[in-house]
Design a protein around this ligand. Structure first.
Ligand code: QAP
Ligand code: CO
Length: 167
C-alpha cells in the first residue's frame, strides 16, 4: 500500500476528465486501496483518482464516524436527484478552505464495484454531498467552481501564496 501525492488547486491537472474503467484487473484494486489509504492519511471523507493525477473514473469515500465503512466507486454517475440543500464543503485539493455549496439533497448513483459488478446506492445528507463532489472531480470540476469569480480568485491567490512559501 502507498500514500499518493494529492494535487492542489489551482493545478491544471485537476481539470483532467477521467476515463471510464473497462478493464477490472488487480491494478484497479491496488489503486483503490492506495486511494483509500491516502484519504484516511489526510483525514478526508472522499477522494477521486483525478486528485492523485490518475485520469480514471475511481472514487473512494468514507463518511462513517469510525472510518470503517469504505465505499469504492468505479464509473459512478448520478441517475436521479431530488431536492436541494446547502453544505459547507472542503476538499483535500483545496486544504484550509471551506464554502457553502448548494446541490441536490438526495440522489441515486449507479456505479460498478472493483470486480465490475453494477450496483446502485441511494444517498442523502453528507454521503450525497460527497458522492456528487467526487463525481465532479472526475469531470475536472472543483467545489470552488460553484463560488463567485471573486471568491474563487481569492482562494486561488491564497493557495498560490501558500505554495510559494512551501518551496
Ligand atoms: C469532499 O472533502 C467533501 O481543508 C471531501 O485541511 C467535503 O475530504 C464531501 C480536508 C465536504 C462532503 C462534505 C479538507 C482535509 C478534507 C481540508 C474532504 C483539510 C484537510 C476534505
Ligand atoms: Co475534493
Amino acid at each position: 500500500m502507498s500514500i499518493l501525492e494529492v494535487l492542489e488547486f489551482p493545478d491544471k491537472r485537476l481539470r483532467q476528465h477521467a476515463k471510464v474503467v473497462s478493464v477490472f484487473d488487480a491494478s484497479i484494486t491496488t489503486l483503490l486501496a492506495d486511494m483509500l489509504e491516502t484519504m484516511y492519511q489526510f483525514k478526508g471523507v472522499g477522494l477521486a483518482a483525478v486528485q492523485v493525477n490518475i485520469a480514471k473514473q475511481l472514487v473512494v469515500i468514507d463518511v462513517s464516524e469510525d472510518k470503517n465503512e469504505p465505499l469504492l466507486l468505479v464509473n459512478p454517475r448520478v441517475i436521479s436527484e431530488e431536492g436541494n440543500s446547502e453544505y459547507e464543503e472542503g476538499c483535500l485539493s483545496v486544504p484550509g478552505f471551506y464554502a457553502n455549496v448548494s446541490r441536490p439533497a438526495s440522489i441515486t448513483c449507479d456505479y460498478q464495484d472493483h470486480s465490475g459488478k453494477h450496483l446502485q446506492i441511494q444517498a442523502d445528507g453528507l454521503l450525497a454531498v460527497c458522492i456528487q463532489h467526487e463525481i465532479d472531480h472526475l469531470h475536472g470540476k472543483l467545489f470552488v467552481d460553484y463560488l463567485s469569480p471573486l471568491k474563487r480568485q481569492r482562494i486561488k491567490d491564497k493557495m498560490i501564496k501558500i505554495h510559494k512559501q512551501a518551496r
